[in-house]
Design a protein around this ligand. Sequence first.
Ligand SMILES: [Fe+2]
Ligand SMILES: [Fe+2]
Length: 286
Amino acid sequence: MKYDGPLNTLDDWEDDLKQRYPEQDQPAEKAKDEFRDYGEQTRPGVREFYRQNHRYQTYDFVQQKRTEFLGLDRRAMTVWEAMEYLNQLVDESDPDTDLSQIEHLMQTAEGIRADGHPRWMILTGLIHDLGKILCLFDEPQWAVVGDTFPVGCKFSDRIVLAEFFADNPDSNDPRYNTQFGVYKPNTGLDNVLMSWGHDEYLYHVVKDYLPEEALYMIRYHSFYPQHRESAYDHLLNDHDHQMFQWVQKFNPYDLYTKSDQRPDVEALKPYYLELIDEYMPGKLAW
Ligand SMILES: [Fe+2]
Ligand SMILES: [Fe+2]
């Protein structure tokens, strides 16, 4: 199956993230210039993906997508059904070595479980990418994955391949192209509109079921410009900063637990069905 966009598979974006943020790296210490050079090593498909993402993620676009999807009236599915549904996103480039979507979710959850974290955090690992079902609703790749960032204010030059924002109409719109744009200083992220993708969508599906720490992990796990680059401190409030410790705690499990050792999905299924039932029983609105 082929999904609309320049990436061979959605995983190309995450593989590229791993190149940008190698496991041993201390990103806070990384020089700005070094970050900027990154664009040169990016594979052409990934570059094209970011060109489209940065061109089309405007303030108006995000509002339009929120209206389109946040009514959550497309499907009713249990979490497990959503996992199986997402698993249709099969990798056509190298099905033998690449993990399925369920396998990535389980590896993330198993990594969190192995380190003795609370049950709600294990569940967060299990579900964090379910928003990628947007692809199955025929959304283009650039509106599902990729680093996320605020819209409605100046795009930070610390966002990957930020030069592509030159083609985004908001860059020339005086309402949106100042440091704060439509926002007040340190207004808090709850008041900030993020670029549209799988994080924000899933947050709205699950927001009534999980503790706040889990919701931050889900809603901001692709917000690399903040959790890795601290590029938007001027919009975060104190509470966001506290909660971002959890987003940062979560990130390595997402990025670095991918291994060739495939989890035994059938063997693990009973444990995870029980965990799902504890927090989010029955069908959810998607
Ligand atoms: Fe994700
Ligand atoms: Fe993930």
